[in-house]
Design a protein around this ligand. Structure first.
Ligand SMILES: CC(C)CC(=O)SCCNC(=O)CCNC(=O)[C@H](O)C(C)(C)COP(=O)(O)OP(=O)(O)OC[C@H]1O[C@@H](n2cnc3c(N)ncnc32)[C@H](O)[C@@H]1OP(=O)(O)O
Ligand SMILES: Nc1ncnc2c1ncn2[C@@H]1O[C@H](COP(=O)(O)OP(=O)(O)OP(=O)(O)O)[C@@H](O)[C@H]1O
Ligand SMILES: O=C(O)CCC(=O)C(=O)O
Ligand SMILES: [Fe+2]
Ligand SMILES: [Mg+2]
Length: 334
């Protein structure tokens, strides 16, 4: 209990509840579990989350559910991903990204060294992840019954090429999203194999979901940074990080303002995770002009201009509206 930074008075009757709860949440570091808010802001009334789980998400901004996706499903996603790499599967809108070191190198060591694929909403073999009923049951606890899949990713963190470019800087996902409110957005992220500090697990700063969306820029990293991997400006490396060690099939749900990133992959394997960002279809789009999100809008707009030969760029809203898909209930504003 000491290691988890929990101050429970000796002899407290709550200790056993906390212990039971904490064994279900494989994290190390500082997590808050003791202050119980009287009203809920980040979760909705539901009959799935235990009281402890609900309080945990309210206080910390994330919740790990063990063994939520079956090995069989994950093996199928892995096989679909491998087919995408071999160009045996394709889909409109699919983005395939290589690590910056490999993309910028004249000596391409491995053509298959793909960092991630994004926007697989038109690829049924992978998009099935976003409609898994056991995931949507949890998503509904945060968003309500009308659910849009906004962003899809399969991250294949490569063995670090020696420049630490396999890291993902600390950031808040809301930086990329021109829709609100933040509490009706959630990410589901499933480990496709055991993920720990050796292959670059997710790192979170519990409780930061209660703060503001911060200014993001490219971190000044010597070895380079992947395109659009913005990090929160002036990140304090002494912040109380929690490393999420997860087994194959474990799934973390997290709030889009939660500060998180991932470490370097020091192993020889490609570390795989699949994720989807969901938003309630009651959310609404905002104009990010004049806000801290203007820089990412500009970058995405410029990319779309180049890629699709457009004369003018696109707005962040256009970029998101076209990939959004309704996975449960009704499509309303999104
Ligand atoms: C919540 C969620 C949204 C959070 C996030 O997802 S954060 C990260 C968001 N990132 C993205 O959306 C990145 C999306 N990636 C892409 O669009 C693509 O992979 C691209 C970076 C544009 C590259 O694709 P593509 O154009 O097919 O590749 P090319 O090999 O033709 O390269 C074109 C120019 O881009 C460069 N490039 C490619 N990969 C990277 C990289 N990883 N990092 C930095 N620069 C890169 C490449 O060197 C080339 O540059 P030039 O020769 O034009 O100068
Ligand atoms: N200056 C920085 N700005 C933004 N993010 C950073 C910065 N330095 C490190 N990070 C990020 O902080 C997170 C935690 O880094 P940390 O080094 O603890 O992870 P790790 O490499 O997995 O662990 P280990 O220390 O065991 O190697 C990672 O997401 C990393 O990308
Ligand atoms: O490294 C990972 O899998 C997490 C990446 C991430 O946080 C993101 O793409 O927004
Ligand atoms: Fe993220
Ligand atoms: Mg480190």
């Amino acid at each position: 209990m000491q290691a988890l930074g929990i101050n429970t008075p000796p002899g407290s009757g709550r200790l056993s509840i906390l212990q039971r709860h904490l064994t279900a949440v494989p994290v190390s570091g500082q997590v808050a579990t003791v202050s119980h808010p009287t009203s809920f802001q980040y979760t909705l009334d539901n009959d799935l989350l235990t009281t402890e789980q609900r309080h945990f998400y309210e206080e910390n901004g994330f919740l790990v559910v063990k063994n939520l996706v079956s090995d069989q499903d994950i093996d199928n996603f892995r096989s679909a991903f491998e087919k995408v790499c071999r160009k045996e599967l394709e889909a409109p809108g699919l983005v395939v990204m290589r690590d910056v070191v490999i993309a910028k190198s004249e000596f391409v060591p491995d053509q298959k060294a793909i960092t991630k694929i994004q926007d697989f909403q038109e690829l049924p073999e992978l998009f099935r992840y976003c409609s898994l009923p056991q995931i949507l049951r949890y998503v509904e606890c945060f968003l309500g019954p009308n659910i849009m899949a906004m962003h899809t990713m399969l991250i294949n963190k490569p063995p670090d090429a020696g420049k630490k470019t396999s890291r993902h800087p600390m950031h808040q996902d809301l930086h990329y999203f021109p829709f609100r409110p933040a509490e009706r957005i959630v990410c589901a992220w499933t480990a496709m194999e055991r993920i720990d500090r050796s292959n670059g697990c997710l790192v979170v700063i519990p409780g930061t979901h209660k703060g503001e969306l911060k200014q993001h820029d490219y971190p000044e990293w010597e070895g380079g940074v992947n395109k659009m991997y913005h990090g929160v400006r002036d990140f304090d490396p002494n912040s109380p990080r929690v490393h999420l060690v997860m087994e194959k099939g474990d799934t973390v749900f997290f709030h889009p303002v939660l500060l998180h990133g991932s470490g370097m992959n020091k192993t020889a394997g490609f570390r795989k995770a699949i994720s989807c960002h969901y938003a309630s279809s009651d959310c609404y789009y905002i104009d990010v002009k004049g806000t801290s999100q203007e820089n990412i809008e500009k970058e995405i707009s410029e990319l779309a201009r180049k890629r699709y030969g457009l004369e003018e760029g696109i707005t962040l809203k256009d970029a998101w509206f076209t990939r959004a898909r309704c996975v449960k209930g009704e499509r309303l504003n999104m």
